[in-house]
Design a protein around this ligand. Sequence first.
Ligand code: PLP
Length: 457
Amino acid sequence: MSTATANELVSRKVPQVRTKYRRIVTEIPVPESIPILQRLRTFEPVSMSGQPPILWDRAEGIQVYDRWGNMWLDWSSGVLVTNAGHSHPKIRQAIQQQVEHGLLHNYCFPSEIRAKLSEALARVAPDGLKKVFLLTTGAETCECAIKLARTHGRKVGGDKKIGFVTFHNAFHGRTMGAQMAGGIPALKEWIVNLDKDFVQVPFPDGFRGPDTSFEGFLKALDKQGFTPDRIAGVMTETYQGGNASFAPPEYIQKLRAWCDEHKALLIMDEVQAGFGRTGKYWGFEHYGVTPDLICCGKGISSGLPISAVIGRAEIMDLYPPGSMTSTHTGNPICAVSALANLQAIEEEGMVENARRMGEILQPELRRIGARFPEHIGAVHGKGLVASLHMVQPGGIEANKPLAADIVRRSVEKGLMMFAPVGFGGASVKVSPPLCITEEPLRESIAVVEEAIEEAIA
Ligand code: PLP
């Protein structure tokens, strides 16, 4: 395995690549880009330097370009944002028209754009979930869901009913409540005095959470001293973002019934999974359940910062006028981009395309996993999201250097990927835009397979 790290700022000669979808014609990182990358390192916190050292200049459809003639086939979608493809023409046009029209901001003052977007989101949401609160980031939607669950819990069960259940390895964002709900202990060390009414249980992925029975959930709560009368809500990512891992449908169905029985809200964090990513419009459709609240972000607009909580009216209406708001709620530019994005996803059949392309991607990645069982502990995913879990030879311990090496090699071959994520930072995440077609998809699978072969050799 090479000792070069994925993001060091030393240009290296790499083989040239020239295909219809990828072009690498310079050293990587591009020598001319290094002063700019260095400026970023000077003026941004270190935490911002985790991605491959490629200076994004332009991105369209399934491709990302720099200024020096290189072109990448994109397997990142930013970070699972550009579901409709980068810079979709309809989204660009909608943004331009809104800019020309001349309303850039209106806070909670009424606007027709906000009415249109809320209605459009309510229309694609399941029956019964018809109220929409627009926010800006994914973390904010999780914060809002926590607030609504606890408020609802206190209303139906008194002050003791504020317990909030989430899962090991979960990620819900980097603000304080979202991190307390997260299931990665290292990310919340800084909080020190964690709220004792946040509790985590194992995620039943069948790999690192081998007990996939719902009894595991009950036992974990019991072991930590939580009785159902203390639980206000249970929140889960529809699939665990870091690892693209799903729970068994029966588990989530039993969880739905348990939440109903105990008047706890079931919240699906669809910030990654929504808007077609998994080959269904909503990821939770794979489980055959309807949550009480849905957290949306990322693919909601395919680019601009906007997010939403969608839920049942009696929960969403718990707060009186003026007490659940946000400065940038439904910002007009972001809202028109989300509206155009919803239209593009629907009109261009991108959910169906994600399902069909997933039928190629998923078996191919599992075939690659089976080729290298010593190093790839599991392959998880559905539709156009997947993760290759890199492990220490023969075990299930995370192999971060191997994952980083695969990403670096892929990027040098013209396949854009973001830095490894998930358990131990050792998961190679696959998430192309939902408009990818068979030819580039097969080409990109061949590239990652080559990168894995080389990294393991
Ligand atoms: N929830 C999930 C499942 C996510 O994947 C993320 C971001 O990666 C978030 C919440 C937080 O979203 P944001 O970064 O927009 O705050």
